[in-house]
Unconditional design. Structure first.
Length: 182
């Protein structure tokens, strides 16, 4: 049977862990807030991290499944980044059968381009996933022997089919590239 001291010490321990977790979350959020305005620096750091990951894969000659999974995840993130939150191709309220058009009168609604996945969340997800993939290359259980050229061909096929559909459906590829480069 538990006495009062055991219950009090258990409560204090839970309170300490909760406070420590809250403090770590605040520090993490503070760092993210500081990095938010530095878009180019963030992407350069993520690109360097990705280059280090790829160098590790080439030098160790393994972990192709981890690389493939990371590539598919990055492709899905990129598609979500290119896709509008409200897809004009799915707007069935439009009166015109030719598809969406720009507003011509002041009474018509203007809907700006809003991404389904904002740039900062895109960067954060790419960086986190690359770090996780990098640390997975230190675990031998993830080094499954596969014939890597098949994975590369499958990835290229999947990329081409997905991007063809994406460009055909939404016609936003040029807009996204131009806004990303600005």
């Amino acid at each position: 049977m538990m006495d009062g001291n055991d219950i009090a010490s258990e409560t204090n321990r839970k309170g300490f862990i909760s406070q420590a977790w809250t403090r770590l979350s605040q520090i993490y959020q503070g760092l993210l807030d500081k990095w938010t305005p530095h878009t180019k620096s963030r992407w350069v750091a993520s690109f360097l991290l990705l280059v280090i990951f790829i160098l590790r894969i080439f030098l160790k000659q393994g972990w192709y499944i981890v690389t493939y999974a990371l590539g598919i995840y990055h492709l899905n993130l990129f598609i979500a980044f290119l896709t509008p939150k409200i897809d004009p191709a799915m707007d069935f309220d439009a009166e015109d059968e030719n598809g969406p058009a720009l507003p011509t009168r002041a009474s018509e609604e203007f809907r700006p381009f809003i991404r389904r996945l904002p740039e900062f969340k895109f960067w954060l997800s790419v960086t986190k996933s690359t770090l996780i993939g990098f640390f997975c290359t230190f675990i031998d259980a993830f080094n499954i022997p596969v014939f890597w050229p098949i994975l590369v061909m499958y990835f290229i096929t999947l990329f081409c089919l997905t991007m063809k559909r994406q460009i055909k459906v939404s016609k936003i590829f040029d807009i996204c590239i131009s806004t990303f480069l600005l």
